[in-house]
Design a binder for this molecule. Sequence first.
Ligand code: OXD
Ligand code: MN
Length: 600
Amino acid sequence: MTTAVSDRASARQGAVPAQVNEHVRKWVDECIQLCQPDRVVWCDGGKAETDRFYEQAVAEGVLVKLNQQKLPGCYLHRSNQNDVARSEHLTFICTPSQDMVGPTNNWMEPKAAYAKLKTLFDGCMKGRTMYVVPFVMGPIGSPLAKVGVEITDSLYVVLNMGIMTRMGEVAWKQLGDDDDFTRCLHSVGDVNPDRRYICHFPLDNTIWSFGSGYGGNALLGKKCLALRIASWLGKQQNWMAEHMLLMGAQKPDGEKTYVAAAFPSACGKTNFAMLIPPKKYQQDGWKITTVGDDIAWIWVNEDGLVRAINPEAGYFGVVPGTNYESNPNAMECMKRNTIYTNVALLPDGDLWWEGKTKEPPKEAIDWTGQPWTPDCGRKSSHPNSRFTAPAINNPVLDPAWDDPRGVPVQAIIFGGRRSKTIPLVFQAFNWVHGVYLGATLGSETTAAASGAVGVVRRDPMAMLPFIGYNIRDYLVHWFRMRKLMNDCPRIFHVNWFRKDDKGRFLWPGFGENMRVLEWIIERAHGRAYAKETVLGWMPRPQDIHLDGLSIGAKDFESIQSVDVEEFKAEILSQEELFLKLAGDLPKEMVFQREILIARL
Ligand code: OXD
Ligand code: MN
């Protein structure tokens, strides 16, 4: 019986590439037996294969080919309308004890989870093709690079993985004879939210995702591997997987500083990572370069220096609001070889989305496939519509973005979307205080996750949906990592989103954030002045270049102001996190809060 099943499985397997090792073969065989696909395609990641897949995706209606004169190599995908964001409530970490995942994760016992999902995966690929997608997260040869293999029945996922990871034969080479790869099993199933589960098994280095084709739920190298599984591995192996962009900033005298920044989803990480400095800075010779826009893997090298890589090879960025003013580099990135998801299609095969141009087009087909006009009362594009573009399209890609040794990190920035209370910028007094600031980070929710938008929630290190284990242990890990460092990166807090009583932004944001970044860099090198305040070190108006802005010293002071009463309320609202962690809170967190209350 077993032999017969296994024979059938190997018949469907087709030609297994010679480099594929025994461990992978065995696992793929098991998945074939479970999912029962009609065909199995082993992806090689080559150009001929990619061209073939795009053609097939168009023929199958998965993608729409766009105007190839205007947008060469670009395609549009319209997702199922119930499948447009990460499904946090359907995301589980499966470990023997619930304590391992802590109060911020959904938990399932692994046996029960496998049993439940097996009933969903059972025969789910009958009549479909199973694609075997080998990939590497991180520059090839990096000490932190990780191999994954994703099995999926979605061509959209295959093509996105081809952009977002180092996909194909290179992964078999990196893996060699090893069993050390993340086993990622994915099926879109019937895209039914009632039959949707994203389950992580950190002890088995395994991810099973069923019922969604959305990026964060389905491109399993990204949030699932590079954050949830990787954060767990990092805890065991003394490194960190963080929801951070990585950027380089080169001063006119050639000095280069690398900065990592954690902002929650859809709070401008991509914009900040691709920032174009104001004219004056450009004339003076400042240059900003991107290493990554979403995820950083951070370690401490033999010399006690902090280094980081971007595990990804592309960008999965939010489209609405992106234009040649807000982020010209992102616009350049998505001009070619890009997959767009859930934006509006114009009659000439070009695209439009809210905020692309001031004047809307006269007509379009909206993201749901319906005719759209500017006065129809609906948005043309989904608020969480996305572009998937290769990193190599980025005009300001950092030369070291693919360097296996990573880049040195000298400053870490935490930031949230807060219309009130939180000043534009301040620096933590020290590492422990900085970790406290990161841990108590609050942000108004966005469309990147399903659920209400605009509610302040605590989002520790912008990692709330991505910490793959108990947040108590995660915070302890942050505190402990300091011990490995000779000299630690300086930690800062920013808020680009503070508003006045009339709801107008107090700070212009985008490229002008360069002014704040300059102060951060100067502080990281121990140069710029700062005054001591209850919250931390703050620039005075004369410490930030405000020339060319319609923001005077008084305005700057109000952007930086701390209202003691508001802040007391802020501390109370942090209770949400403290209560969740009751009894389990690292003592450093309790002390930091007590000191802050005393200062206020
Ligand atoms: C993302 C997210 O897609 O954070 O990067 O949701
Ligand atoms: Mn993200």
